[in-house]
Design a protein. Structure first.
Length: 626
């Protein structure tokens, strides 16, 4: 059976025509008005730019039949209502300099005209100076203004979306799906604008209401109570003037992670974005505490000078481009990784040192210490010429010595799996100095029971020791110059033109990562040296991944991630196992090391290592005081 191939219609040469304005607007609407949620987004951004403090969103049939958005902003003068419906008419920019320093959410002046070309649009507005409101219909050829009743602000009503282009309407999904997209847009903008009150109504029923000036409550409403109970605050600022960078918001503990990335909100100068550079930086910061296909939960606000970011790179303004992407990536990565790693509150001097490091440290160096001095450890690497095998053995041996797991023989406890308390418990004053308190007993040879000032502490001893060993191995290797191995037969690798340019531009960075790479031809490179730890890895795949990251993000952590995967495996196999009896001194030694170990709250797989039961929790269990 022969397959019929349809030929594209031939074009008449030399005939160039101007498209009708209506068709131009409908083509533009294809980029701006993808679905009802796109209409909601554009109209909400206009309301925010108008200085509104209260916005009401009413939807019918998921926004397909009707979208009505009212605000109490500054309003539009009646003599400008007709102009507001004209393509590329805006009050937000007047020159290229304004475009390079955009401080508003909208700026292209296409939204109202595009929406009016594919739906029945009515625009009503009133300024503070006007005695009453005026309205105009978008698809009325005469564009006649008519008086209307209404309070100060603007109301835009959109009926029968895609009524003028029925072919596009068939691509819309179900009512509930389209409503879900609209509700998500409202949530995104509500999180970015805590000073504005939002009310969302669907088919005559209020489905969401966000009160003004209460961001914690709003976060709780949108991200749930689990996040509000498992979050860490972020509040960091570095630089001055046009170089100033600020990162604020909340990041979730690894225990609050999800199987989907649907609760990740990142804002750049108040604009919600889905940017690969920013997502990569956050994900990299979580790499030591979140493994597998889990996604962190966060709400982050990055603020920087508008001239350092280009927001005019995507029709829906969902992506941005940074002037110095490498510095932005480094700042976000270092900020979040330090917050996840901290084990104590920083002092003023430490805060200043940390902030300075976010600007000055090269992106591929190790993380900057949160404290002025490194946390106390029980071992140090003395000889800089040791092999990695010897290094592992020494680190593991000295870790095992610090928390001795060869307890002397004692009488068998009266209860199986429960070790009785040995010795006197420290005084209350001494207990306050140690957050995890002091050991009381061991439960089923798996968990450590300890008492601190707040109440009872439960520790998973294997998970906790696994983190301790892992961090000690990393620190030991970071203190030693990266060991590399020259290959007897260099690996030749075919690469693309883009990868070839990346190799040329980042030769020094590749050397820092332990790879000696040189070009053999425009499309072939030779890898002559690799990091010793990765000699058994799939080097061609690793190199392609490194070059991809260097091209997209200006930095690569592939080599370090591979190294850390190996260290995590070593730590897991060498950490104390369950069903091993520990003495009270051994358990206390483990608690003390947890208190001075970064990321000690989670094991290498993202599981919690300890939990706290306050005295009030215990009182409630036994109904004391009731």
């Amino acid at each position: 059976m022969e397959t019929e191939i349809r030929q594209a219609p031939s074009l008449k040469k030399g005939i160039i025509r101007l498209l009708p304005d209506t068709l131009i607007s409908q083509i533009a609407a294809g980029e701006v008005v993808e679905r009802p949620s796109a209409v909601v987004k554009e109209l909400l951004e206009n309301a925010v730019d108008a200085g509104a403090t209260q916005i009401d969103i009413r939807l019918e049939n998921g926004g397909i039949r009707r979208i009505a958005i009212s605000d109490n902003g500054c309003g539009i003068p009646p003599e400008q209502l007709q102009l507001a419906l004209t393509r590329h008419a805006t009050s937000k920019i007047t020159s290229l300099d304004d475009l390079e320093n955009v401080a508003t959410l909208g700026f292209r002046g296409e939204a109202l005209a595009s929406i009016a070309s594919v739906a029945d649009l009515t625009l009503q507005s009133r300024t503070a100076e006007q005695p009453h409101a005026w309205q105009i219909r978008g698809n009325d050829p005469s564009r006649i203004l008519t008086p209307s009743s209404g309070t100060q602000g603007t109301r835009v009503e959109v009926n029968e979306l895609y009524a003028n282009t029925p072919a596009r309407r068939k691509f819309l999904k179900s009512e509930q799906t389209e409503y879900g997209h609209c509700a998500e847009i409202v949530r995104r903008i509500a999180l970015a604008q805590p000073g504005i009150r939002f009310t969302l109504t669907h088919n005559g029923k209020i489905t969401a209401q966000y009160n003004a000036n209460n961001l914690p409550q709003r976060c709780n409403q949108i991200l749930g109570e689990t996040f509000s109970q498992s979050q860490l605050p972020v509040d960091l600022t570095v630089g001055e003037g046009k170089d100033k960078l600020s990162l604020n918001g909340f990041i979730g503990l690894p225990t609050a992670s999800r199987t989907r990335g649907d609760m990740q909100y990142f804002y750049v100068n108040g604009r919600f974005v889905r940017d690969r550079l920013l997502t990569h930086a956050v994900r990299a910061a979580y790499e030591d505490v979140l493994h597998g296909n889990r996604f962190p939960v966060y709400i982050l606000y990055l603020t920087l000078d508008p001239s350092r970011v280009d927001v005019n790179v995507h029709p829906a303004k969902i992506e941005v481009r940074f002037r110095d992407s490498r510095a932005i990536h480094h700042f976000i990565y270092q900020s979040i990784s330090r917050i996840l790693a901290q084990t104590m509150e920083p002092g003023p001097d430490t805060e200043e040192q940390f902030s300075s490091s976010l600007i000055q440290s090269p992106p591929d160096q190790g993380a900057v210490s949160w404290r002025n001095t490194p946390p106390p450890t029980r071992f140090r690497i003395e000889q800089k010429t040791e092999s990695y095998g010897t290094l592992f053995k020494k680190a593991l041996h000295q870790t095992d010595t610090a928390v001795s797991f060869n307890p002397p023989k004692t009488e068998t406890p009266s209860e199986p799996g429960f070790q009785s308390v040995q010795g006197d418990f420290p005084a209350q004053e001494e207990t306050e100095e140690f957050p995890l308190g002091f050991a009381l007993a061991q439960l089923h040879d798996i968990y450590i029971l300890a008492q601190n000032r707040q109440g009872l502490v439960l520790v998973d001893m294997h998970a906790a020791h696994e983190r301790i060993v892992y961090e000690k191995l990393k620190n030991a290797l970071n203190e030693k110059n990266l060991e590399t191995q020259a290959l007897l037969i260099p690996i030749t690798l075919k690469i693309s033109e883009v990868e070839a340019g990346t190799v040329t531009e980042n030769r020094e960075t590749l050397l820092e990562l332990g790879f000696d790479v040189s070009p053999l031809s425009p499309e072939t490179i030779a890898i002559r040296t690799v990091p010793t730890l990765l000699k058994q890895a799939d080097i061609p795949t690793v190199m392609h991944n490194i070059l991809r990251d260097l091209h997209e993000y200006g930095t690569s952590r592939v080599a370090r991630e591979k190294r850390n995967e190996l260290l995590a495996t070593v730590a897991c196999h060498n950490a104390v196992r369950a069903n091993r009896v520990l003495t009270i001194p051994e358990m206390n030694a483990l608690l003390r090391q947890m208190e001075t170990t970064e990321r000690a709250d989670q094991c290498n797989h993202g599981r919690p290592t300890w939990t706290q039961l306050a005295l009030s929790d215990l009182d409630a269990l036994f109904m004391r005081g009731q």
